[in-house]
Write a new protein. Structure first.
Length: 320
């Protein structure tokens, strides 16, 4: 099973031996065994007894709390942190090593840009219109030039962030061309998302981010200490580092959902200043996301192992 989504308000959630029991208006609705769960995602207003949270923590299951309709991150519950304090000390030391942070940051940004270019190339072949091909041709040139300049001339994190910003602008100017005008997707907007595509992107990025947080914590690293993303109070900067190269894959996933007709304007609702996926549509989304997320989860875990090897100079591996 791996992941349990609880996205219906009004549940009273209790512990039943080695399982979670769900009650609605005093009536038992069903149970879910705890042992197979790696993560539990709770959206909306539900009552969870502390015995459930204790059992999930003992099981090593992360519990992620999201707001209701907007599905914005509110908090995460984890079990005990790993006891490998020396590993975290090495992480802190490496985060202060300018040569190390620049080298790993350049790899992150270059991999992200190359994946953006690869995705746009495949999407342009599928779309096939002359306008799309012409727009993408200029974008490919820009992305290739930026990669060359990062590889040869970039000497600081500040400069690297400038290159990444330029690449993102070029990429999204092409990415928006893949969607019909009726969806209103003209620019990336985050808080709140202003159209269905941005709503879906934000949801996928949020879920992907906390895939990375979980893997980092399981490995014994500190998710708040990154290399490309500098320390910012309350932000899991290392998770931000990890998912940068996976964002183009999430973009591809979102595009395919709309391209294949799985989602349309009718599946979203305008609330206050934002646009959000309707509850019924979310029920359909979660299993589709789970199927797609299998590969990124494995790749993120591999990236964590690679980081551990690099910060320990190959002398340490993932703790048992």
């Amino acid at each position: 099973m791996g992941t349990l989504y609880i996205d219906r308000k009004g549940y009273h959630i209790k512990l039943d031996g080695e399982a979670i029991a769900f009650y609605l208006d005093g009536k038992r609705e069903g149970i879910v065994p705890i042992r197979p769960l790696n993560r539990v995602i709770i959206a909306g207003n539900n009552t969870v007894e502390t015995s459930v949270l204790n059992k999930l923590a003992d099981n090593g299951s992360n519990v992620i709390f999201l707001s209701g309709r907007g599905l914005q991150y509110r908090g995460i519950l984890t079990g005990r942190l790993h006891n490998n304090g020396i590993l975290r000390v090495r992480q802190y030391e490496k985060s202060l090593d300018k040569d190390f942070t620049l080298a790993i940051s350049k790899e992150i940004v270059i991999e992200k840009i190359r994946r953006q270019s690869e995705f746009l190339g495949e999407a342009a072949k599928i779309r096939g219109s002359e306008n799309v091909k012409a727009a993408f041709h200029n974008t490919f040139g820009t992305l290739e030039r930026i990669v060359r300049e990062i590889d040869s001339a970039c000497g600081s994190l500040e400069s690297l962030r400038g290159y990444e910003g330029a690449a993102s602008n070029a990429y999204f100017s092409a990415f928006t061309e893949l969607f019909p005008e009726s969806l209103g997707f003209n620019i990336r907007t985050r808080r709140p998302p202003k159209d269905p595509v941005n709503a879906m992107l934000s949801l996928c990025y949020t879920l992907l981010h906390y895939e990375a947080v979980r893997e980092i914590q399981v490995a014994g690293l500190d998710p708040t200490i990154g290399f490309y993303h500098c320390f910012d109070y309350g932000r899991e900067s290392l998770a931000c580092d990890l998912i940068e190269p996976f964002r183009p894959g999430a973009d591809r996933f979102v595009w395919e959902l709309f391209k294949d007709g799985k989602y349309a304007q009718k599946d979203f609702v305008q609330e206050n200043d934002g646009v959000y996926l309707k509850k019924e549509a979310r029920k359909e989304f979660y299993p589709v996301y789970e199927s797609w997320a299998e590969t990124p989860r494995k790749d993120i875990a591999r990236k964590v192992r690679d980081i551990i090897a690099r910060i320990t100079d190959g002398k340490d591996t993932l703790p048992e």
